[in-house]
Design a protein around this ligand. Structure first.
Ligand code: ZN
Length: 188
């Protein structure tokens, strides 16, 4: 009465929607590490002043800057769950993590009637730099496979699935998460 053990092949392996959060820093891809580091930097930036000039130079989170941290939630949770990232959502979040603080700066400069260069303070600059790291991290992120203890890309070369129309082996394009058939010259 042995257990029915199947080959752990990636095809058809169902992923639970929500996995426990785990922090396997040393196992993560360079992209994963960058996401983690940029999130920490972004959080720390809130302890520094964001807007200076004639305004009271208070810590960023007292100046309402913590809302921008919401843009880190998606990449950070994908990382902490070792899941596949939807590149479009990840890139959009990280671009907004740069653009929205700049919009905030612009708004504050009109509010205070001072040029942006006079009122920008360390916290805001550091948050924007963290956003740049976040974009790089999102683009280079490769999920860690907890069951196998390796990065997924190395372990599962995604090729060879036959095309449903012409039976030619297709290539898996990691970036777009879609299969491509060279014979048909189209995505499947
Ligand atoms: Zn085909």
């Amino acid at each position: 009465m042995g257990e029915d053990k199947r080959d752990p092949s990636d095809e058809g392996r169902e992923e639970p929607f929500f996995k426990p959060l785990e922090f396997n820093f040393s196992k993560w891809s360079i992209g994963g590490k960058l996401i983690f580091i940029s999130t920490l930097i972004a959080i720390l930036s809130l302890l520094l002043p964001w807007i200076g000039g004639d305004a009271e130079a208070e810590m960023g989170f007292l100046q309402g800057a913590s809302v921008f941290l919401a843009l880190y939630i998606y990449p950070f949770f994908i990382l902490a769950q070792d899941k596949r990232m939807n590149r479009a959502i990840g890139v959009l979040s990280s671009i907004l993590a740069i653009v929205l603080p700049m919009t905030f700066l612009y708004y504050m400069s009109r509010e205070l009637r001072q040029p942006m260069s006079d009122i920008i303070s360390y916290g805001l600059i550091i948050f924007i730099l963290a956003g740049i790291l976040l974009i790089i991290g999102v683009l280079r992120y490769v999920p860690y496979d907890r069951e196998r203890g390796t990065l997924r890309k190395e372990e599962t070369p995604k090729r060879g699935k036959p095309c449903p129309d012409c039976d030619n082996p297709m290539e898996y394009e990691e970036e777009w998460e879609r299969w491509f058939c060279e014979e048909c010259d189209e995505y499947k």
